[in-house]
Structure formats: C-alpha cells, structure tokens
Design a protein around this ligand. Sequence first.
Ligand SMILES: Nc1ncnc2c1ncn2[C@@H]1O[C@H](COP(=O)(O)OP(=O)(O)OP(=O)(O)O)[C@@H](O)[C@H]1O
Ligand SMILES: Cc1ncc(COP(=O)(O)O)c(N)n1
Length: 271
Amino acid sequence: MTYKALTIAGSDSGGGAGIQADLKTFQELDVFGMSAITAVTAQNTLGVQGVYPLPVEAIVQQIQSVGSDIGTDAVKTGMLFSSEIIAAVAEQIRRFGWKNIVVDPVMIAKGGAPLLQEEAVQALKEHLLPLAAVITPNIPEAEVLTGMQIESPADKQEAARRLFDTGVRHVVIKGGHDEGSQASDLLYDGQHFQYFTSDRLPTKNTHGTGCTFAAAVTAELAKGKTAAEAVQTAKDFIQAAIADDLQIGGGHGPTNHWAYGRRQAVLGGKA
Ligand SMILES: Nc1ncnc2c1ncn2[C@@H]1O[C@H](COP(=O)(O)OP(=O)(O)OP(=O)(O)O)[C@@H](O)[C@H]1O
Ligand SMILES: Cc1ncc(COP(=O)(O)O)c(N)n1
C-alpha cells in the first residue's frame, strides 16, 4: 500500500521549513509526498530575504494536477499568504472531497517576517478551519485566532475550546513557545484534553519545527492513524529532529529530518 500526502505551502530555499520540511518528513515516514507551492521565499537560517506569492491560478492548477490523477490520503496546508489563496485552496479541498486536512496556520517566520497578511486571518477561520481534521497553531497563532491571551494552562484549554468551536475536529496547541523546562503540546477533540510533553531542548536550531511537526501529523493521518496516534509520532519525530540538530548556517538552523528514522532503525535492529 502506498500512502500519499499533499502539502500546500510556501517554499523555503534554506530547506528547513515550508514545502522542503514537509516533503522530507513525508519521505522519512514512508509516505509519498506531493506539493502545491503557494509562494516562493528567499530564506536562510538568518531570516527571510524575499516573499513572492504565486498567482492563484498557478496554485489551483497544481492542486488539480494532483487531484485529477494521483489523489491523496491527506493534505497539509502551511504558508497561504492571502485571503484569495485561502479561499481558492479551500474550494479545491471541498471539490475533491479530501478529509484528512491538517491546517498549520503559519503567520510569522521566526525572524518576524509576515507569511500571512493580517486581513487573511478571517478567511482562514471562515473557509479553511471548518474543513480541518487537525489544526496546529503555536501559542501566538492561537492567540490571534481566538482573540485571547494565553498565559496559563487554563487559558490554553479555553483557547482550544474556542478553536474547536470554529468547526475543526482536533486542536493541537503547540508548546514550543511555553516557558519552563518542558515543551507540552495540548490535543483537544471536543471532549478530552491530552498532553504530549517532552524536555525542552536547549538549542537555537528550531527553524521549521512547526512545519515538520504538522507534516508528521499529516503523514500519520494518511496511513489511517487516529489524531492522538499521529500527534504522538509527530512529537517523537520533532524531539529527535531537534535533539540531533545539524549546525547549518549562521542563525536559527534547521532540524534534522532523518534523526527519527535513524533512531527507529537502531531500535528495530536495522542499522
Ligand atoms: N526547544 C524545544 N525542545 C523540544 N521541543 C520543542 C522545542 N521547541 C519546539 N518544540 C516542539 O516542536 C513542535 C513545534 O512547536 P512550536 O511551538 O515551536 O511551533 P512553531 O512555533 O509553529 O514552530 P516554527 O514557527 O519554528 O516552525 C512542538 O511539538 C513543540 O513541542
Ligand atoms: C515557507 C515557510 N513556511 C513556514 C515557515 C515557518 O517556519 P519558522 O517559523 O520556523 O521560520 C517558514 N519560515 N517559511
């Protein structure tokens, strides 16, 4: 059985985030990766030097090329940039009837460069969130989407409830921006809160952690795993990828996308 996943996101020339992180993660998790590029960014570990959104027509055509021939078991969305792109992507997802949709509501790159226009937040809530099986905001993104400040564990749960009410089937509020010695991701399915917690690793090389995490969730949903199983694998994948960082570039370096697979191979006696 060949499982397939489509990422609809921006290209990161530096290879650590965006489309590049997604395809590497799909590959590592034994899922055939496909892409529809929404924007080209000139980017490295120091920051974003340029953002070039593609015409909506070019984005729609890429999705249709995949959908009309190959099909997909899951879809991840990342950098979508504008409300026009969001509306067009949502329309294509509805048209093909795709169900395993993971929405990573990318808004701002680590260095502060905007990857989503401010006015597009409403379009995200209106068009895309009701289609999502899983949404994976970090804390600042969850604050923008809910209009509330998140300062305590109770706030995080309240934000998850509000996000669930937009029509999303599972909410994951990621804990990379938490304070303290642990990075704890909260999963909410409308009934139960579940925490996925690890030691916070002391490194500046966390460029693309959000993309990589959401791509791993997508790959696991493509294989038919439950949301909770997918989040557990994604958490293990990102923990390994941050722990075995690569020391590439002079700024916030990428994570190591092959670390998880290597560890699994050692555990399984394959290496
Ligand atoms: N220093 C760290 N140590 C361990 N896990 C981390 C660390 N930083 C982030 N994570 C984990 O990485 C994943 C992504 O979380 P984060 O909140 O950083 O997302 P993000 O801000 O969207 O990422 P980015 O914007 O860098 O792509 C989560 O599973 C989180 O727990
Ligand atoms: C094309 C693209 N998509 C997403 C991110 C977010 O990743 P990060 O916050 O780690 O920079 C990015 N930098 N570039």
